[in-house]
Design a protein around this ligand. Structure first.
Ligand SMILES: [Zn+2]
Length: 756
């Protein structure tokens, strides 16, 4: 009671102050006479919005503000969609707000913060904090709450409704932190959000790639092979192996029954995903082929099937949308078949060149995507979009897509898709990827309002997050931007190497990042942020040191060791667990440990190499390889190897675990004779490993060699020929160590490539 008394006293004081100033304030001179009003029938999210307001008010002003369920009619901050707020805003029908619409409104001496249920009020409260209190939320764990001297009453009503309904950065910090998701105004079917954070109201059954989820090959392939896709004369099913035979009438009926059951089980569902598995093996039976040929795209059988499902559920579930993918083989819309009005298309940009904005003229990958996008728009279908932010084959590398993201999210958002998904590294718990906190922050802001200026957003983040180092970070980004304009390399979202990085760019970036580090020396928070910012180029330096070492500006080994040590520390302190979605960090950590513990040594000469004395040749040691997991292969110490290390293949089953991405050193216009320096654990006659080349664009095996072991020895490395090949740029070579009863272990010292 004493507290209330003092508030009344403050009120009198304030009236006097306000009458002098003209414009009104809510907080001044360390005091407020306002209190928060939350109606007794407020939703959990509205009550929580009031609690959040109270929490940040305290942090910003150093004083408390009371929350009350009693409406007084003066000097209250009304939080939530209450009857009282409606009476104060007669011109706005609060019951029919747009999706996620927010309202920040002064009404006499009252302030109203509300929005469409369930999330709008939370968003309105956070928007008020940003606009009127200068509060910024950078990451799930980092925010800036400046000290508030004065908090002004807004002068006029602010209303805003986002054009994108489901705003979904697929990013672990957002997926798992519902408060951060609410602060960034993001949500989606995979977000963990309880009702007080707005809940998970997407009501989507799926979420995606549901053919195998609804009709699992593990359950039906044996009994009903005719349900599954026909590939090379064989029925194939499974999430990563096959699709469905979409023209089969029995399959259609069976799938329809499953969809009906799902919808009956989930009466709140608004969308059901009926979508292809994550592979290219669509059905090539005569009937499916006929439909696809007539529609001039393999999407014809997909849309024909999805239309069939949509037509038959429409009557029982009139409000439900049947969503399908336009993805990889189905990205181009069919001719002559139009998606029904209760069908929506989730268009995926997975093939784009992410180093250039989608609308860059003359870029063939992006032009092809835009052509399909326009063709889908022409069909009148409701569109949702899937965009890719990380490099999914290596999260640790620099990935030059900031400029594209800044333009593309605004461009796609302005088309008002029902959902815009930004897929990021969702394997690592912390945002450790190249510029990822910045990319997600800009991305989320543009999802909310695609008309925001991305340049201003970038500056705001740099200044707010990097403090004194911001000018250096800006310089670092400018250098990367200038390089990207000159650089013709295409960069997709599945890259094994950063071929676009020249030695000049690498050393220049490292130098600027070093200056940034000096600018924040002694201040631990920004210093750690700059350290994490530097990691992608430091990873590139150490993981490929043999390549850079020949360049004049390369840091000497002793300095590189310091960088490698700090990198290992970073892996531990930032809990980095994955180099890629399906590849854990172990092999990378061991590679860095080897680098620190074993300085590059002078290689032992091998008489075989002398035979190619005047030929151009490339030798790739174990560090150039990507080794997936520890199960099938490992890098081991081996005194017999040229540099003391070798890749040990375990021959325990088929796998493509040992991969050599096509590297920048290769001349793609030339052929190479390929040799592997190998030895065995004991002498064997037959079989060794498969040496293959896999084309990532055409998704096909283009090199397939099966050498025999009979010329190899156990006590020393000998070279085994693997044929003459010309390599494709977007591909990798691999060694598949099959089960071989004669061989327990085989060892590869390096691969030798002699230019023809
Ligand atoms: Zn078929």
């Amino acid at each position: 009671m004493k507290f209330r008394h003092s508030l009344v006293a403050c009120g009198i004081f304030f009236l006097a102050v306000l009458s002098c100033h003209g414009s009104s304030v809510i907080f001044q001179n360390g005091k407020t006479d306002y209190r928060i009003y939350v109606a007794p029938d407020a939703t959990p999210a509205e009550k929580n919005a009031a609690a959040e307001f109270q929490k940040y008010w305290k942090l910003a002003t150093g004083t408390g503000i009371a929350v009350s369920g009693k409406y007084t009619g003066n000097r209250q901050i009304l939080i939530g969609l209450s009857q009282e707020a409606q009476k104060l805003l007669p011109g706005i029908d609060l019951k029919s707000l747009n999706n996620d619409e927010i309202i920040i409104a002064p009404a006499k001496d009252m302030l109203i913060l509300c929005g469409e249920r369930p999330r709008g009020t939370l968003y309105a409260v956070y928007e008020f904090m940003k606009k009127y209190m200068g509060i910024r939320f950078w990451t799930a764990k980092e925010e800036s709450v400046p000290k508030s001297e004065t908090i002004a009453m807004p002068e006029k009503i602010f209303r805003y409704a986002p054009p994108v309904k489901v705003r979904l950065p697929y990013f672990r910090s957002l997926l798992e932190n519902p408060d951060f998701a609410a602060k960034m105004h993001c949500f989606g079917p995979n977000y963990t959000s309880s009702p007080e954070w707005g809940g998970n109201h997407v009501n989507l059954i799926g979420p995606w790639h549901t053919f195998d989820r609804f009709l699992p090959a593990s359950q039906y392939l044996k009994s009903n092979p005719e349900y599954f896709s026909l590939r090379d004369g064989k029925r194939t099913g499974g999430q990563f192996q096959g699709q469905l035979c979409l023209s089969n009438p029995e399959l259609r009926q069976k799938f329809l029954e499953i969809v009906r059951e799902e919808l009956r089980k989930n009466p709140d569902a608004k969308v059901i995903s009926v979508s292809q598995n994550d592979n290219d093996n669509y059905c090539q039976c005569p009937e499916c082929k006929k439909i696809d040929k007539a529609g001039k795209s393999p999407s014809a059988s997909v849309i024909s099937f999805v239309n069939f499902i949509a037509e038959h559920v429409e009557k029982e579930f009139p409000g439900v949308e049947v969503q399908t993918f336009a993805y990889q083989y189905s990205r181009t819309p069919p001719e002559g078949i139009v998606p029904r009005k209760n069908v929506s298309i989730l268009l995926c940009a997975i093939e784009a060149d992410f180093s250039k904005p989608l609308q860059t003229t003359g870029n063939p990958d992006n032009a092809a995507f835009l052509k399909d996008l326009k063709a889908w728009q022409k069909t009148g279908a409701k569109l949702a979009m899937w965009y890719y932010v990380s490099n999914f084959n290596n999260f640790l590398l620099p990935h030059p897509n900031l400029e594209s993201l800044k333009k593309d999210v605004g461009f796609l958002g302005k088309l008002s898709p029902s959902m815009l998904l930004l897929e990021c590294d969702a394997a690592n718990i912390n945002p450790i990827g190249d510029l990822l906190p910045l990319k997600v922050w800009i991305g989320a802001h543009l999802l909310w309002n695609p008309s925001l200026d991305p340049e201003k957003l970038e500056d705001e983040f740099l200044n707010g997050y990097y403090g004194k180092a911001a000018p250096y970070v800006k310089k670092y980004l400018d250098v990367r931007r200038a390089d990207a304009l000159r650089n013709p390399e295409t960069v997709g979202c599945f890259e094994y190497t950063a071929k676009w990085v020249t030695p000049e760019l690498l050393f220049q970036c490292l130098q600027i990042l070093g200056e940034a580090q000096k600018a924040v020396a002694g201040t631990p928070v920004p210093a750690e942020r700059i350290s994490i910012l530097s990691k992608p180029f430091e990873y590139l330096l150490i993981s490929d040191y043999a390549r850079w070492q020949k360049e004049k500006d390369c840091p000497p080994y002793a300095e590189a060791v310091k960088i490698a040590r700090d990198y290992l520390d970073f892996l531990a302190r930032c809990q980095v667990t994955h180099i890629a979605s399906t590849n854990e960090i172990g092999a990378t950590r061991r590679q860095f440990e080897r680098f620190i513990n074993y300085p590059p040594e002078k290689m032992k000469p091998h008489p075989f190499l002398a035979g190619f004395k005047n030929r151009k040749k490339l030798i790739f040691e174990e560090d150039a390889f990507i080794i997936h997991g520890d199960t099938h292969a490992e890098v081991v110490r081996d005194e017999k190897a040229r540099n003391g290390w070798a890749i040990m293949l375990k021959h325990i089953g088929p796998s493509w675990a040992v991969q050599l991405p096509i590297r920048p050193e290769f001349n793609l216009g030339k052929s190479y004779e390929v040799y592997a320096a190998c030895r065995l654990d004991k002498k064997a006659k037959h079989g060794l490993f498969q040496f293959g080349g896999y084309d990532l664009i055409r998704r096909e095996l283009y090199i397939n060699v099966h050498p025999d072991a009979d010329t190899l020895a156990a006590d020393r490395y000998l070279y085994i020929p693997l044929g003459t090949h010309r390599f494709r740029g977007k591909s990798y070579l691999f060694l598949d160590s099959k089960v071989n009863p004669e061989i327990q272990r085989s060892y590869v010292d390096h691969l030798l490539f002699v230019e023809k």
